[in-house]
Each structure stands twice: as C-alpha cells, then as structure tokens.
Design a protein around this ligand. Structure first.
Ligand code: PRP
Length: 177
C-alpha cells in the first residue's frame, strides 16, 4: 500500500487524545445538568466525535448531517446542499456542532444559520482544528482544539481524495503524488 506523502506530523495522536480529554472536561462542566445533542457534519468529524463522546461526563445524544459544498477544487463556495438531514428535532434543545476543521467557515456558517432557524435552546460549536488565517466569514467557535497553519492536512478524519482519514495523527501532506 502506498502511504501518503507526509511532510511532517503536525499533531501527534497523544497530543490529540490529551486535548480531546481537556475539551470534554470543559464541555461536561459547561453542560452540567443538560442533555446536549451533538451534531456531526459527515464525514471528517467522526473520529473526533467518537473520541469526544467517550470522554463526556454528561448525558447526550448524537445525530448526523451530510452536506456537500460546491467547490472549484481547492475552495469551498459557501453554497451547501443537504444530502442527509438530522433525524432529531432540535427545537428547544441544547445543540453542539462537532466539526473536525473550520477553514473558510462558509460550510459552518451555512449550517449554523440553518440550525438556528429551527429554534434550538442554544447552539455552540466545537472544532478540533481551526485554520484561522483562511477564514472568509466570521463564525463563533466556542471550543477549539488546535489552531493550525494554512497547510494541506490529513489524518484523524481528514482526507486526501477520501483516503487517510484513519491516521491517528494530523499531518501536513504534499498533495502531489
Ligand atoms: C470539511 C470540514 C468542514 C469543511 C470546512 O469537510 O469537515 O465541514 O470542510 O471547510 P470550510 O470552513 O472552508 O467551509 P469536507 O467538505 O472536506 O468533507 P468531509 O468532512 O466529508 O471530508
């Protein structure tokens, strides 16, 4: 099997696990006595969600959405099409969106407004990675794992042509293979 063309490991598996534990601790504290619905936007965030929820100390539910954003190859356009919607009614509920990465912010901005229109009691966002310098629209991020530079990253849910999501670490890749 050909491996990815890795330039360097940006965040090790141990560093991710430690940070996920810290985030879960903070979220458990903030949501004490509540039963939040964790909403995951497929597919990149599935590893983060599954690790995060195992560390949470509050009762919670999970649900998934699948979206596709039309893009020109490298950039998101901000026009999002819903491929699969939530199965839970979020009206009056405490909602926490769980993302793997926020880049331009366009996808999340769209989803956030769509979910707000359903009148949740509260809506917060947790992202493992924040590629801050790429932001084109301001999205309020309540919990951030790591701020990372503008580089092509794979692993821990993030793909290159749908592969390498299983890597336990986040690595910078030269997408030229
Ligand atoms: C990633 C990520 C976010 C979005 C962020 O998903 O999970 O949803 O891109 O980009 P933005 O901030 O520029 O909008 P992607 O479209 O790569 O799909 P995937 O999770 O299935 O890999």
């Amino acid at each position: 099997m050909n491996g990815p063309n890795i330039e360097k490991i940006l965040i090790t598996g141990d560093e991710i696990q430690e940070r996920v534990r810290q985030l879960a601790q903070q979220i458990s504290y903030d949501y004490e006595g509540k039963v939040p619905i964790l909403i995951n936007v497929l597919k990149g965030g599935v590893l983060f969600l599954s690790d995060l929820m195992r560390e949470l100390r509050v009762l919670h539910e999970i649900d998934f959405m699948s979206v596709s954003s039309y893009n020109d190859g490298t950039d998101t356009s901000g026009v999002v099409r819903i491929l699969a919607d939530l199965s839970i009614n979020i009206e009056g509920k405490d909602v926490l969106i769980v993302e793997d990465i926020v880049d331009t912010g366009l996808t999340l901005d769209y989803i956030r407004h769509m979910l707000l229109a359903r009148h949740p009691k509260s809506l917060r966002i947790v992202t493992l990675l924040d590629k801050k310098e790429r932001r084109r629209v301001d999205v309020p991020l309540d919990y951030v794992g790591f701020t990372i530079p503008d580089a092509f990253v794979i692993g821990y849910g993030l793909d290159y042509r749908q592969k390498y999501r299983n890597l336990p670490y986040v690595a910078i890749m030269r997408p030229d293979e």
